[in-house]
Design a protein around this ligand. Structure first.
Ligand SMILES: Nc1ncnc2c1ncn2[C@@H]1O[C@H](COP(=O)(O)OP(=O)(O)OP(=O)(O)O)[C@@H](O)[C@H]1O
Length: 294
């Protein structure tokens, strides 16, 4: 559905994106992760046909997004990293304008999205908070039921409740076969929605991985608090992978074999157990280091 092939853009000063290639299949939700300045927005601007690649090309379905500009507006929904609103617009006038550009929108669909994202369309955009503007942008990207949706940092500025609504919207559209590409700094939202994710660093793709595979190798840290110091000492000698120990609290790393951990802890008097999941971004990087990026 979406092919990014060897796209290169070097800005004056040497930054940019270099030989970026990946594909997104129909109905797939593809995450695009990377730190600030890694090249996510530059890649997305090339995908949208706003920038001419120095090398390479981007295709959405059969359109070259640079050469066939203007031909795929109906097909694609887009949420930019920062939306440029025209002076004096309200949410309503912006959405009216966008729906004309998109060749018409089902008013029921638009109303439903506005209702779920909970904002007042009549508010002038200059009076809206960052989160409210983001909601207007999300409605604009979803309302014409495009087959492909490209989102640059979609949840930035949204509170946790609205992040949840956003994730539900993505999963509903995914179930209908819509293809997504979304950039993020945040692994948790990628984890909840994406099938595969790419990490970009210094303008280069360093890994493309199946998110479920990464979850399977994700390490959990259990923090076990013992009632008795002698129990703690016995546990420390049990051969479990100890991460740290402070007073009667022991942190143990478990990957895959939870039975052994349960059997071992069951031998002692335990005051409490807390669990922390390894940050999936670290899993990604560990996996990358272990496999040398293969
Ligand atoms: N028009 C431009 N001229 C010169 N340098 C640019 C231009 N646009 C982007 N850059 C540089 O290219 C690099 C990639 O920027 P880009 O905005 O794509 O990163 P990003 O991954 O989207 O970052 P963020 O998460 O902060 O939005 C950065 O070092 C940025 O400063």
């Amino acid at each position: 559905m979406l092919t990014v092939s060897h796209v290169t853009k070097v800005f004056p000063g040497g930054k940019g994106i270099f030989d970026v290639s990946f594909t997104v299949e129909k109905g797939e939700v593809f995450g695009f992760l990377g730190p600030n300045g890694a090249g996510k927005s530059t890649t997305i601007r090339h995908i949208m046909g706003f920038m001419k690649p120095e090398k390479g090309y981007v295709r959405i379905q059969d359109c070259d997004t640079w050469k066939d500009q203007g031909k795929f507006q109906k097909l694609v929904g887009y949420l930019p990293g920062e939306i440029a609103f025209m002076e004096g617009m309200t949410g309503k006038s912006f959405l009216d304008f966008m729906s004309r550009m998109q060749g018409g929108v089902d008013p029921k669909r638009r109303e439903e999205l506005v209702r779920r994202l909970q904002f007042d369309e009549r508010t002038p955009i200059r009076k809206m908070s960052k989160g409210m503007k983001q909601k207007v942008g999300i409605v604009a990207a979803f309302m014409h039921e495009p087959r492909v949706i490209i989102l640059d940092e979609p949840t930035s500025g949204l509170d946790p409740l609205m992040q949840k609504v956003f994730i539900e919207l993505v999963l509903e559209e995914k179930a209908k076969g819509t293809t997504f590409l979304m950039s993020s700094h945040s692994f948790p939202e990628i984890e909840r929605t994406c099938d595969r994710a790419a990490i970009i660093k210094d303008g280069k793709i360093i890994a493309v991985k199946n998110v479920h595979e990464l979850q399977a190798v994700q390490r959990k840290l259990f923090e076990v608090t013992f009632e008795l110091a002698e129990d703690r000492d016995a546990f420390l000698c049990s051969g479990m992978k100890i991460d740290s120990c402070q007073d009667n609290k022991v942190r143990v790393a478990v990957q895959g074999d939870y039975n052994r951990f349960v059997q071992e802890t069951a031998k002692y008097r335990i005051r409490s157990i807390d669990v922390f999941s390894q940050n999936l971004e670290d899993v990604f990087m560990d996996y990358y280091d272990r496999t040398g990026g293969q």
